[in-house]
Design a protein around this ligand. Structure first.
Ligand code: MG
Length: 452
């Protein structure tokens, strides 16, 4: 069966996959799947937000489900709204960091975590078979408008020591990427006593820079942190479920360093505990977590999977290396606002600069490469590769592709879900070793593919 939902909901170009007709039918499929109850819906700031939202809402109410429309809100605020309004499901109209000609539809389960794959399949099944349930004119769902952003900000503040952060009086340059964070992040930081210089805080559908928070896209933030002598810079992506940081010297902090640093802090606060992250994450996370007496559990790549494992195994923290951080004391989803508040709290508590704090995280180097492999050979190639690695007596993790742990570092070989290739990642304490490991893996895969 064809798939519509990827790891982060349905994404597509407006006018191609993302049309009003598609929105209506997806709304009908979601409503039919739910059967009864109510949903909450929100959007990011894209120019097509209302077109897609109104289409989805129209489809949902046709099945007899009520809709609370929250307007523009970050994805984590929408997730917070589900238990807040006792809704049965959430829908967020966003394509996160994708360019402005994209939009997307993501469903959140009644527990505030992204819908698991089995439920997405049920919705896809209804969509492809067009087995929609119509409620009839007398039972059409009701649409009402509600607000969540202020409550979401207040709820984050209950998670941190507000007085302590206020006392520190930190100066922050904030880059909202003209996204949904414009409606929460400046207010959160100001109410935590920060002096805020806000960049790209106008909620325009066409952002001033691409909203993927990479070093290339955050040049203005880096420059401004240095120019105004700020204590740190914070950037969100388009739907503000992620946060990345810049230190007081204007250094962009890679996401895996923030992940490892916060994992260490939270494990230390909890005097131990489980941290959950994807098998592709840096060894720096495990190194820091173990130092403070915690453990790491590795999962398949994808934040919904990480969140569900955290819930099941009572993890104290989790996340991804792209700035998607999950704080279970608040909610089981990536939360850019919560990540910002937590970093401010750690800075205030320690009275250290962000560069000093991050310096405690060991540096590893990641090398990436890829190798072509025909789709029909992928499974067999992987089997043979695993057998060869077993003979070399390396520690293996096969939860997502195969991760080979050696004394010099690790190598991860994963089949691409969208292209006829294998992706190879290797990490080590020096770049040369990482490259050697990856190239060794690449040669082995190449040989196996040739032998066929
Ligand atoms: Mg996002």
């Amino acid at each position: 069966m064809k798939r519509l939902f990827g790891t982060d909901g349905i994404r597509g170009v407006v006018g191609e996959l993302m049309t009003p007709g598609f929105g209506v039918e997806m709304g009908m499929a979601i409503g039919t799947f739910l059967g009864k109850g109510k949903i909450v819906i929100a959007t990011d700031t894209r120019t097509t937000k209302d077109m897609m939202k109104n289409a989805v809402v129209s489809g949902v109410v046709s099945t007899g489900i009520d809709v609370l429309d929250l307007g523009i809100a970050p994805t984590p605020a929408l997730q917070f709204a589900i238990p807040y309004f006792k809704a049965d499901l959430g829908v967020i109209i966003t394509a996160s960091h994708n360019p402005p000609n994209f939009n997307g539809i993501k469903c959140i389960d009644g527990d505030g975590t992204e819908l698991p794959r089995e439920k997405e399949e049920k919705i896809e099944n209804i969509f492809f078979k067009k087995k929609y349930k119509y409620a009839g004119w007398e039972n059409i769902g009701k649409i009402s408008n509600e607000k969540i952003n202020e409550e979401y900000v207040n709820a984050i503040k209950k998670q941190v020591n507000v007085d302590l952060i206020k006392k520190a009086g930190l100066k922050v340059v904030l880059d909202c990427a003209n996204g949904a964070g414009c409606f929460t992040a400046p207010y959160l930081l100001e109410s935590l006593g920060c002096r805020v210089v806000a960049l790209n805080a106008q909620p325009m559908g066409v952002p001033a820079h691409n909203s993927e928070p990479t070093p290339e896209n955050l040049q203005e933030l880096v420059k401004t942190v240095k120019a105004v002598g700020a204590d740190l810079g914070i950037a969100h992506d388009g739907d503000a479920d992620r946060a990345v940081f810049v230190d007081e010297k204007g250094n962009y902090i890679p996401g895996e360093k923030t992940l490892a640093f916060l994992a260490g802090e939270i494990v230390r606060e909890n005097k131990g505990g489980l941290v959950v992250t994807a098998v592709s994450s840096s060894s720096s996370v495990e190194e820091v977590v173990k130092k403070y007496g915690g453990e790491v559990e590795y999962t398949k790549v994808g934040s919904p999977i990480i969140a569900r494992v955290m819930r099941k195994k009572k993890g104290v923290f989790g996340g991804e290396e792209n700035g998607g951080l999950i704080f279970p004391s608040f909610q089981y989803c990536r939360d850019g606002g919560m990540a910002a508040a937590k970093v401010l709290e750690v800075m205030a508590k320690s009275k250290k600069t962000l560069s000093e704090l991050i310096a405690s995280v060991p540096t590893y180097f990641l090398y990436k490469t890829k190798i072509p492999c025909p789709e029909e050979k992928k499974e067999k190639v992987m089997e043979i590769f695993i057998e060869l690695m077993k003979k070399e007596k390396h520690k293996l993790n096969t939860i997502d592709g195969v991760k080979v742990c050696t004394d010099k570092g690790w190598m991860l070989v994963r089949p691409s879900g969208t292209e006829p290739i294998y992706r190879i990642f290797a990490e080590s304490k020096n770049m040369e070793e990482a490259k050697n490991l990856a190239e060794k893996g690449k040669k082995m895969i190449e040989k196996i593919v040739e032998k066929g």
